[in-house]
Design a protein around this ligand. Structure first.
Ligand SMILES: [Zn+2]
Length: 497
């Protein structure tokens, strides 16, 4: 009897191990999305692209808060726009240029010969974030000098986002100069205030919508090829297929206040602290059973170390382990769930006075698995036992859901994945979730095919300059961007699918 039982258990163990191994070895065997043969792009000089970027960096198109630039402060934007006209004559001869009414956002249209094809919308932004006062001296090249040092263009905007804007214009110039005439209409939209509200892109998309424009694809900043990627330790390309939403909740506790010499238990501050701790200890749930995260894992599968691959291939068994290891790294945690970040706190204004009102702002970045409503419901549920707590939408009352997840089974994704694989020398291409916000979120009003990718190859070290000190991009990447964008335009210049 015992022997039979032992054999039964042994058989079961062998079966389970077998299933685990088979799933592990077959995991991520084929790429996510199709691939296309890439057309040859015109020759575009890396040196002149880099030189042009250096010049573009010298226009101080800095936005600090919503509504920037203020009336009378538009000079840098207008000068940059005049400079574009002078620098890219062939592109400007081929395209019409307009300014989105009431904004400094540019919209170019390169009319295609086949009006039945939906247009291609390529996006970048003209503005940059400020340089923190006192850090200018820490830069290798001064942030607005536009210097090229040891193969890198230094300056605010080199990566975000003038490098992409210049790459797009280099591609347009190279294609126009080579005599290319598109069948599919190509549009460029260069927002003027992405770093604050993105009101320019919002107005630009509304303008396109009013004209009945429905792009076959909208492409904006967001991801690139990263070598080594934090997921596999090897080169890997990421194409953003969704971006997170945003909501800030204001938590308030009102109490009697009074002198701190005879305090009650559970004052307003204490109740508020309980609420914050409750939110911290009860994070929004993670879910990797759906795209983009499920496809991100699948696309990385082949390049992962055995143990990681085994865990991802067998989430039925290792879900908890995968979740806790992802959650340990803030960037990993942000990828798998809606994040909870208490930011502003206020209570009493004096050390010996009890607060009559304690307030906290908690900022949530909403995962595609959640909605602003489900975040609110979660917060109410987790804090339901805390007396006197009121919850309302804080900040400017602005909340936005995560953007819809764009498909990976269409030609648009196949073209981007092919360009990305070439930039990454055959690196796997993974659909991914953009943790920040881009102008392209507004494009959801006119197309479901929104992607966030730039054909550049960067190291994690290169990316530290993003909004930070020593923002820079290599001359080599300026060649990749110019060529890659030209390949996207050429690769999309065929029938819809
Ligand atoms: Zn940007």
């Amino acid at each position: 009897m015992l022997k039979k039982l032992m054999l039964g258990v042994l058989g079961l163990v062998i079966l389970v191990v077998g299933i685990i191994l088979v799933r592990t070895f077959t995991y991520g065997g084929s790429p996510v999305g199709g691939r296309v043969d890439l057309p040859a792009a015109p020759d575009i000089s890396a040196e002149s692209a880099a030189q042009h970027l250096a010049e573009a960096i010298r226009f101080k198109t800095v936005t600090l808060s919503g509504g920037d630039p203020r009336p009378g402060q538009e000079g840098a934007w207008l000068a940059l726009q005049d400079w574009l006209v002078e620098t890219y004559p062939a592109a400007h001869a081929a395209m019409t240029r307009e300014t989105v009414p009431g904004t400094l956002t540019l919209l170019y249209t390169w009319q295609g010969s086949d009006p039945s094809l939906k247009p291609l919308l390529l996006m970048a932004h003209q503005d940059v974030v400020p340089v923190n006062i006192g850090t200018e001296g820490d830069w290798t090249g001064a942030p607005f000098a536009g210097e090229i040092i040891d193969g890198y263009v230094y300056g605010r905007g080199a990566i975000d986002d003038k490098g992409n804007l210049i790459g797009l214009m280099e591609a347009a110039e190279g294609l126009a100069a080579s005599g290319f005439q598109p069948k599919r209409t190509v549009m460029f939209m260069f927002g003027h205030d992405e770093e604050v509200l993105g009101s320019g892109a919002q107005a630009g998309i509304a303008l396109l919508k009013s004209r009945g424009v429905e792009p076959e694809m909208a492409l904006d900043e967001g991801f690139m090829v990263i070598d080594p990627s934090p997921i596999t330790g090897k080169s890997m390309a990421f194409v953003g297929v969704s971006e997170k939403g945003y909501i800030t909740l204001k938590l308030t506790v009102v109490a009697a206040g009074g002198h701190s010499s005879q305090p009650p238990r559970n004052s307003a501050d204490v109740a508020l602290a309980r609420a914050i701790v409750a939110l911290d200890e009860n994070q929004m749930p993670a879910d990797f059973s759906r795209p983009p995260v499920s496809e991100l894992f699948l696309a990385s599968g082949q390049d992962m170390p055995f143990m990681q691959r085994m865990a991802l291939a067998n989430l039925w068994l290792f879900q908890g382990a995968v979740e806790s290891s992802m959650a340990k790294v803030p960037a990993g945690n942000a990828m798998i769930r809606t994040t909870t970040a208490p930011t502003m706190l206020s209570g009493s204004a004096k050390e010996n006075v009890l607060p009559q009102r304690a307030m906290a702002m908690v900022n949530f970045r909403i995962h595609p698995n959640d909605t602003p409503e489900s975040v609110m419901a979660h917060v109410k549920d987790v804090t339901k036992d805390i007396e006197g707590l009121e919850i309302e939408i804080g900040g400017d009352g602005i909340s936005s859901p995560a953007s819809p997840v764009s498909p990976t089974d269409n030609r648009a994704y196949a073209v981007l994945a092919s360009v990305a694989a070439e930039v990454g020398n055959g690196a796997p291409v993974a659909p991914a979730l953009v943790i920040g916000a881009t102008d392209s979120r507004y494009a959801a009003a006119i197309t479901q095919n929104i992607y966030r990718f730039a054909p550049a190859l960067m190291s994690p070290e290169d990316l530290t300059g993003f909004h930070g000190t020593n923002e820079r991009i290599s001359v080599e990447n300026m060649a990749r961007l110019s060529k890659g964008y030209a390949q996207v335009i050429l690769g999309m210049d065929g029938p819809d699918s």
